[in-house]
Design a protein around this ligand. Structure first.
Ligand code: HEM
Length: 194
């Protein structure tokens, strides 16, 4: 199978989520709003796969985890593609929103989008060579900024009764993923001194 399939998966899932939102929404605004929600929801597992790819191979070395680690660039690009569809849906939802949001509330998400763009544009061998150590800095910072925005977006749903369940499940998944990264990092440290 082609190594690029996670990119096609990200695009296919997010476009399906967008179409489902538009079909289920009873008004154009509700349709785009649902599309924004569901494109983010399908993007989250793709993000988690990217976030965990290198850690899983350290925590559980096996052919499947090595193959995942080799493909992590394509999982990252799959996430960037799916979140570009989220961007399209949220722009439409914001345009149709009867109560416009204050500009300041868009800053954290906007910063995450700048990282997504920078990471997608530098996900190639030429950029890795050109940026050297800064490539790792950019990608390590970016992936944690995106993790933070996901975690905050879901954690703030926990106090609201209608979204409590999804908020709780996704926040726990995000925290578990962070824990896995910390454990993998510590294992790497222990191996370095072994
Ligand atoms: C300025 C940028 C952004 C805006 C204006 C925005 C807007 C929206 C809107 C309108 C929704 C639907 C809200 C609802 O269901 O009530 C949504 C959902 C969501 N967005 Fe975004 N978004 C932005 C960036 C991001 C980024 C960068 C991430 C992640 C890194 C993200 C993650 C989420 C999540 C997790 C949900 C909830 C999905 C669910 O209910 O499962 N958003 N966003």
């Amino acid at each position: 199978m082609k190594r690029t399939w996670p990119l096609a998966l990200g695009l296919a899932l997010s476009l399906s989520a967008l179409a489902a939102g538009l079909v289920m929404g009873t008004t154009p605004y509700l349709g785009w709003h649902l599309a924004a929600r569901w494109t983010a929801r399908v993007g989250f597992p793709i993000f988690l796969t990217t976030y965990l790819a290198s850690s899983l191979v350290r925590l559980s070395p096996a052919p499947w985890s090595r193959s995942l680690a080799r493909q992590r660039r394509w999982w990252g690009l799959g996430f960037a593609a799916s979140h570009t569809v989220h961007l399209l849906a949220l722009i439409m939802a914001l345009r149709l929103d009867p109560a416009p949001r204050p500009l300041a509330s868009l800053i954290p998400g906007g910063i995450a989008y700048l990282f997504i763009l920078a990471m997608a544009l530098t996900s190639n061998d030429a950029a890795m060579r050109a940026l050297g150590r800064n490539w790792k800095r950019l990608h390590a910072t970016g992936i944690h900024v995106i993790w933070l925005i996901f975690t905050l977006a879901y954690a703030k749903r926990i106090p609201v009764p209608e979204t409590r369940q999804v908020g709780l499940v996704m926040t726990i998944l995000a925290l578990a993923a962070l824990l896995a990264r910390v454990l993998a990092h510590r294992r790497r440290g222990a191996q370095a001194f072994a």
